[in-house]
Ligand binder design. Structure first.
Ligand SMILES: *Cc1c(COP(=O)(O)O)cnc(C)c1O
Length: 357
């Protein structure tokens, strides 16, 4: 066995072309005689890398001019604090509770101000996205988790928040489908699901929203500082930013967001169609809110779940065990997962169904 089909929720698969390119440049990047890992973040070679990464984010996502693109550290979890610290003015915000990550974001925002949880899907183990159309007019922002990695739900629509900035955690759906950035005040995503290895966090923020922050905000947690310094206020995660650049080049080469979205819909449909028609395997999410990236499913009992996970693993289909809060299985099929990987997964599911019913 060489490479496996890796269905991990994150860190997750990277395109093989990207890994090979990084390997070929690992000890001598572009004639510098050194690795990107050994390079000053102030060097001309690295400045070119980070500049290109920003350009590609802007181009692929269609980021408007009045937005800043930042490469930060501390994962999406640090954004749970940075968002309120930088966006609070009245110190009030609206949050929608759609899962464990949203819950963590809420708890962090509560440290610095008043959080109003407008809706929750906790009543049905987060298997749907609650529809919310009215927001508190004195809120500094509205926060959503656009794709819920653990529960496999996603917003297929964008809440209309009017003048209140919409903030979205897109850690597990960033650059997987076309979105209109101008509908959001701020977007953040940890890289390790769809962008790069862990260590870098992408933030896209409307500049007027990040001009001021709460007085208590540590320097390193101020968007303004990172924006003014083009993500080079301190030493950034150079190697993950370099891999991010390679992934974005790969994405562009594959045809950009439109092409990758079509492919992601195709992949998800292959698996959902099977689940909808299977007598043994069942999806856990209501149809209209199903994720394109994370697909949880269950068998009738835990013994069968375990048997399937073991059977799949032996054939090179790994990391299919579901999160403990849903149980069963979860197939994370981010951008780098080829269509063939999903097709072959469905084949072994069909075979398993035949042998076990
Ligand atoms: C993984 C994940 C996080 C946490 O990311 P870290 O980078 O580990 O802090 C937050 N939100 C969502 C939606 C995620 O999928």
């Amino acid at each position: 066995m060489d490479r496996v089909f890796n269905f991990a929720a994150g860190p997750s698969m990277l395109p093989l072309e990207v890994l090979k390119k990084a390997q070929s440049e690992l000890t001598n990047y572009n004639g510098t005689g050194m690795s990107v890992m050994e390079m000053s973040h102030r060097s001309a070679a690295f400045e070119e890398i980070i500049k290109k990464a920003e350009e590609l984010v802007r181009e692929l996502m269609g980021v408007p001019e009045n937005y800043s693109v930042m490469f930060l550290q501390g994962g999406a979890s640090t954004q749970f604090a940075m968002v309120p610290l930088n966006l609070y003015k009245n110190k009030k915000a609206d949050y929608i509770l759609t899962g464990a990550w949203a819950d963590k974001a809420i708890k962090e925002a509560q440290i610095y101000g008043e959080v109003r949880v407008l809706a929750s899907s906790k009543d049905k183990n987060f298997s749907y996205i609650p529809k919310v159309n009215t927001f508190n007019q004195d809120s500094d922002y509205v926060h959503i988790t656009m794709n819920n990695t653990i529960y496999g739900t996603r917003y297929t629509w964008i809440p209309q928040t009017g003048n209140i900035p919409l903030v979205a955690d897109m850690s597990s759906n960033i650059l997987s489908e076309k979105i209109d950035v101008s509908k959001f005040g701020l977007i953040y995503a940890g890289a390790q699901k769809n962008l790069a290895p862990s260590g870098v966090t992408l933030v896209v923020a409307r500049k007027d929203l990040i001009a001021n922050c709460l007085d208590i905000t540590p320097t390193m947690l101020q968007y303004k500082i990172h924006d003014e310094n083009k993500s080079l206020y301190n030493t950034p995660p150079c190697f993950p930013i370099y891999i991010l650049k390679l992934v974005l080049e790969w994405l562009k080469n594959e045809g950009g967001l439109k092409a990758i979205e079509e492919r992601n819909i195709e992949k998800a449909s292959i698996l959902y169609n099977f689940l909808d028609n299977s007598k043994l395997f069942k999806g856990t999410v209501v149809k209209e809110d199903r994720s394109l990236m994370n697909i949880p499913f269950v068998l009738p009992d835990d013994e069968l779940n375990k048997k399937f996970i073991d059977t799949a693993k032996k054939q090179g289909f790994v990391e299919l065990k579901g999160h403990r809060s849903v149980g069963g299985m979860r197939a994370s099929i981010y951008n780098a997962m080829p269509v063939q990987g999903v097709k072959e997964l469905v084949e072994i599911m069909k075979k398993f169904e035949k042998e076990n019913s």
